[in-house]
Write a protein that binds this ligand. Structure first.
Ligand code: C5P
Length: 397
């Protein structure tokens, strides 16, 4: 965000105190902030606080003769790279949707020719109210970015969606909005990631060591490239990258259904380490298998799971580009080439897992395509993800 200018409109809600921290974070990231404090906002934080943190004058009224002579409100609305409304109250969203300009903040929002990002914060009932939801839908249809509020305990004592996301998450949303259109804007990218858990009974399962890190990094890189991203994630404890729609699943059968439901997609990158087998009869799902005293272990019969990648490639709704992964410890390229043909994928990313790749932060990959082999080499998983996303974007060019 080095050198980027943010016009930060602080609305009238208790979450306004988080905007003070947001100003610090934007500045720490190299951005410049000019604050506009609404009448409501001034009941929660002072202009002095925001001026001290931003090291810029704070604007509070349309009718300030000195300000209007030095910098008219139209100019103020245009000199920023991004207008951020944080917190955006229900009232502010309603005014924005209706095009009302009855104070400095709403006038600037109406007058700006720059992208606008709104970060709502309000009581759960106010957020869920049909009027607010309709206003949010209207704003989104006009390309105003409205961040989804967090779920949780609220200052008013209620619980649910409506909390302002924590300042680092708001900073991420700002960085995302500042990026503008990317290499994959307008594309839908479907990513599978993580392991699957195959139940044996209600408390036991078959699993593998996949961390989900590489798949999550690819989903994040795709979102940063402007794509709409659906991430079908097996059970992993990783944060959802900004801008990614996450669908959590446990088993291979659930992953298969979630992939089907996420279609149509332009690209599928299947990174999940799907269990090859599941227990044939996972038993009465509510009953734990007990030792029967005979000293004999129970027999566990396995059946093969569907191959989600092969199924997707054979589907009439096949994405234009399907990329599979092949984690191999030996004959990496030969195995990947055979897998590409067997499964019908366009590319296989051959992944040498002979070292500490599984669960580690680095990876070593080569892309096997119909026309040959392209090396990405050894790099952190985030760098591999970016290189792969750039390669995918080139394929669409
Ligand atoms: O056959 P193998 O597991 O080595 O193939 C790996 C590739 O196939 C990965 O892209 C993985 O996500 C995908 N796969 C799948 N469904 C399975 C097994 C693998 O989608 N049941």
């Amino acid at each position: 965000m080095q050198g980027k200018r943010i016009l930060l409109i602080v609305g009238g809600g208790i979450a306004a105190y988080k905007s003070c921290e947001l100003v610090r974070l934007i500045r720490k990231a190299g951005g410049e902030v000019t604050c506009v404090l609404t009448e409501g906002g001034s009941h929660f934080v002072t202009a002095m606080t925001l001026a001290a943190l931003s090291e810029n004058p704070v604007h509070t009224t349309l009718w300030d003769l000195k300000n209007e002579v030095e910098m008219g409100h139209i100019q103020l609305s245009r000199q920023a790279d991004l207008v951020v409304v944080c917190p955006a109250t229900a009232n502010m969203l309603a005014k924005m949707a209706a095009g009302i300009a009855d104070d400095l903040a709403t006038t600037l929002i109406l007058a700006t020719d720059k992208p606008v990002l709104a970060v709502p914060a309000m009581n759960v009932r106010m957020w869920l109210n049909a009027a607010t939801q309709a206003n949010v839908a209207t704003l989104r249809s006009r390309d105003i970015t409205v961040v989804d509020p967090d779920d949780g305990a609220m200052a008013c004592g209620e619980y649910g969606p409506g909390r302002l996301p924590e300042p680092p998450a708001v900073l991420e949303a700002i960085q995302h909005a500042l990026r503008g259109p990317g290499l994959l804007t307008g594309r839908h990218v479907l990513v599978t990631a993580g392991p699957t858990h195959e139940p044996i009974d209600p408390v036991r399962y078959i699993a593998n060591r996949s961390s989900g890190l590489q798949g999550f990094a690819i989903a994040e890189a795709a979102a940063q490239a402007g794509a709409k991203v659906t991430l079908v994630a097996g059970p992993v404890d990783l944060p959802t990258p900004y801008g990614v729609t996450r669908v959590n699943v446990e088993s291979a059968l659930q992953m298969e259904a979630a992939v089907e439901k996420a279609l149509p997609a332009d690209v599928a990158v299947m990174v999940a380490a799907v269990a090859d087998w599941r227990a044939e009869n996972a038993g009465d799902p509510a009953r734990k298998i007990k030792k029967d005293g005979s000293g004999q272990p129970p027999a566990l019969k396995l059946v093969e799971n569907p191959d989600i990648l092969a199924g997707l490639c054979a589907s009439p709704r096949r994405p234009a580009l399907v990329v599979g992964f092949a984690a191999e410890t030996h004959d990496v390229i030969a195995n990947a080439q055979a897998k590409r043909l067997r499964k019908g994928a366009d590319w296989i990313v051959a992944n040498d897992v002979s070292g500490d790749v599984m669960g580690g932060t680095r990876n070593a990959v080569q892309i096997v395509t119909a026309s040959g082999i392209e090396a990405i080499g050894q790099a952190p998983k985030a760098v591999i993800a970016q290189a792969l996303i750039e390669r995918i974007a080139r394929a669409f060019d």
